[in-house]
Design a protein around this ligand. Sequence first.
Ligand SMILES: Cc1cc2nc3c(=O)[nH]c(=O)nc-3n(C[C@H](O)[C@H](O)[C@H](O)COP(=O)(O)OP(=O)(O)OC[C@H]3O[C@@H](n4cnc5c(N)ncnc54)[C@H](O)[C@@H]3O)c2cc1C
Length: 383
Amino acid sequence: MMVNRMPKKVVVVGGGDGGTILANRLLRKVPDQVEVEVIDKSDLHWYQPGFLFVAVGEADKEDITRPRRRLYRKKVRFTNAEVEKIDLDDRKVRLKGGEERTYDYLVVATGSTLNYEEIPGFKEAVNHMWTFDDAKKLFRKLMEFKGGKLVVGVGGLTYKCPVAPLEIAFLADEFLRIRGVRDKTEIKYVSPLERPYPPRLLSKVMVENMEERGIEPVTYFTVDEIDPEKRVVRSMEGDSLEYDLLILTPPHKGADVVINSGIGDDEGWIPVDRYFLKIEGYDDAFAVGDATALPTPKTGVVAHFQASTVADNIAYEIRGESKRVMFDGQSFCLIEMGRGVASAQVSNYYYKDAPGLIPSRVLHLAKLAMNRIYWTCILSGNI
Ligand SMILES: Cc1cc2nc3c(=O)[nH]c(=O)nc-3n(C[C@H](O)[C@H](O)[C@H](O)COP(=O)(O)OP(=O)(O)OC[C@H]3O[C@@H](n4cnc5c(N)ncnc54)[C@H](O)[C@@H]3O)c2cc1C
């Protein structure tokens, strides 16, 4: 097969977990055969799993951010700009201000945004940790809380990091215990599903630990609306719960640029094929991470595995090799549970009900270690 020696132009829209690992890995694989440009509207990279620790006062901005430019291999061109339009047919990307980029390969890694409008009363009433500012605010609320009814759990159903509401329930329990107000606090964990977490075996581990800590699971509770004045949250099933402090997952949708460019579904998630992450109908355009409409959890780990798959396949194609790798839905998560322990779970497209590991100190230490080695992982592009 003839190999084209002209460097291929790869444009990556979104330089979060997925975009960063893709750019670095691709340059490691074919350093002289690509020109990689990452475009992101923010020049700061947030390690979002750190928001959980911010919410309980165990981390702050300097622990969980790095200037983006420091996270790329030397040859990556980083442009700090907002992309306004993606035109897959004309192979063009338009930046705010009018500049345009053309490409040989495009990777969309624009993540997700919060969609408060879906639940009336949500913005006024709910505390959460899905942004840094909200995590800081939640920390203040937990510090000021004098006891009463704490309702915590799943608000909107599509959200990033499926285990995060469980984690904050366990950490809030521990935090309030340390503050000496836990015995004046009733904690309920709400979920729209038949159990607190979809995979049966992991849910069993979670429920056992909830019972041990006095957290009451409330299932089939699909949050419909919230009355911030009466402090009541109502469900589609017709039930209601009073609260003094409400911590719920905000509903998410795809990035505005995906919606405005007409390349996503009704909620702005991009349809891709599940093994190669090609945007439906295109051979030169891919999407990775939270931006995709795949049934995989919206997590950094999944974004990493998807980005590696796409980087490797673009590299094979550029080298003129016929080999390809497939993404098998692989996911892995460490679940922080307070009291110095954590659990973990692995899954993929075919193995969805893996047991949650018995909570242990070792897994908690692994979670803390991940908070640090994350920066090395994305720079090396090697995971
Ligand atoms: C509280 C919390 C806890 C979490 N815990 C974990 C965990 O324990 N393990 C785990 O694996 N994952 C966890 N996650 C999820 C993880 O952070 C995300 O799934 C991951 O960041 C997704 O990567 P991504 O590249 O798809 O999107 P992101 O990392 O969100 O990056 C998207 C990027 O696109 C940019 N962008 C968007 N639109 C535009 C535009 N128009 N122009 C230019 N740039 C644009 C954004 O600025 C952003 O930098 C957690 C998340 C939260 C909030």
